[in-house]
Design a protein around this ligand. Structure first.
Ligand code: F6P
Length: 323
């Protein structure tokens, strides 16, 4: 391997820049050339490639977003699109790939590896923390801190008006941001897709709070909730009783931006170096991860069939403390 192409794909996540920097500097350290592919698989298809070196990735470690930009490419899902991408990377002399992104990114990379055999490693970068094979994905810690800060602010106004707030947080099919921002933000209830909660369970909790003189109530809802999003749940409560003064806040994309926390910068730095070293050791079609503070490599098939489960202890703690 002499020339490694790096790109970011799918939803951006704080810390992706720190990962790009780590990949490029590790390449320099091991005397390899690195090229940046713009806008993920789109840039690969269009041949939109830039030269990177240790200096060109200076001053990006602390920045949110991704300097390589990102996209969700429809064309790469087609065999013709992938062939175009392959021809382009050959033309550039790229002989290995490092992708930074989530499950869709890894799925694309796996397909590409199966078809063309280009050595490749995925770095998990997504705020959702929904990939098995790593304790944390890059961006999750920052996004959760952002959600907690927002919840704290909402609590101030909720308490001033004795209101019930439904706060919706991101996580397409995952309740990670919800459960942990809920615990850290003191939520009365957390609704996540991984746990069976019925509307009646939620209602009971809220009623109980009313009886025990709770002045404000914050319910954190993961966007993937199976019993309805924040607006739908608010509507159901309103239909059942006029007792609560209800407001809804959807945090949305503000969770995706901002400077990465120290944790995400360090995680991204370890994974970026880990990805380059993995390729140089001959690993391919794997995702680099960190488990119990150690770098690990997991085969695509070993992790994509699994869900990154939320530990039962977190669910238990959230319940006890919502009293
Ligand atoms: O995967 C990250 C994520 O932010 C999810 O939490 C969310 O469902 C999705 O991306 C939103 O995607 P987009 O930015 O394309 O609307």
């Amino acid at each position: 391997i002499s020339k490694i192409g790096v790109f970011t794909s799918g939803g951006d996540a704080p810390g992706m820049n720190a990962a790009i920097r780590a990949v490029v500097r590790a390449c320099t350290y091991y005397d390899k050339t690195s090229l940046g592919i713009m806008r993920g698989y789109e840039g690969m298809i269009e041949g939109d490639v830039i030269k990177l070196d240790a200096r060109s990735v200076g001053n990006i470690l602390q920045r949110g977003g991704t300097v390589l930009k990102s996209a969700r490419s429809k064309e790469f899902r087609t065999p013709e699109g992938r062939k175009k991408a392959y021809d382009n990377i050959k033309k550039q002399g790229i002989d290995a790939l490092i992708a930074i992104g989530g499950d869709g990114t890894f799925t694309g990379l796996h397909k590409f590896y199966e078809e063309f055999g280009v050595p490749s490693i995925c770095i998990p970068g997504t705020i959702d923390n929904d990939l098995a094979g790593t304790d944390y994905t890059i961006g999750y810690d920052t996004a959760t801190n952002t959600a907690v800060e927002a919840i704290d602010r909402i609590r101030d106004t909720a308490l001033s008006h004795n209101r019930l707030f439904f706060i919706e947080v991101m996580g397409r099919h995952s309740g990670y941001i919800a459960i942990n921002s809920g615990i850290a933000g003191g939520a009365a209830a957390v609704i996540i897709p991984e746990e069976e909660t019925s509307f009646d369970d939620l209602w009971e909790l809220l009623e109980e709070g009313g009886k025990t003189n709770k002045k404000s109530n914050l319910v954190v809802v993961a966007e993937g909730s199976k019993i309805g999003d924040a607006h739908a749940l608010a509507k159901l409560v309103k239909e059942r009783s006029s007792y609560f003064d209800i407001k809804v806040t959807v945090l949305g994309h503000l969770q995706r931006g901002g400077a990465p926390t120290y944790f995400d910068r360090v995680l991204a730095s370890h994974m970026g170096v880990g990805a380059v070293e993995g390729l140089l050791q001959g690993k391919s079609d794997v995702m680099v991860g960190v488990r119990d503070r150690k770098i690990v490599y997991n085969k695509f098939d070993d992790i994509m069939s699994k869900i990154h489960e939320i530990d039962a202890e977190s669910l238990r703690i959230a319940k006890i403390l919502s009293i």
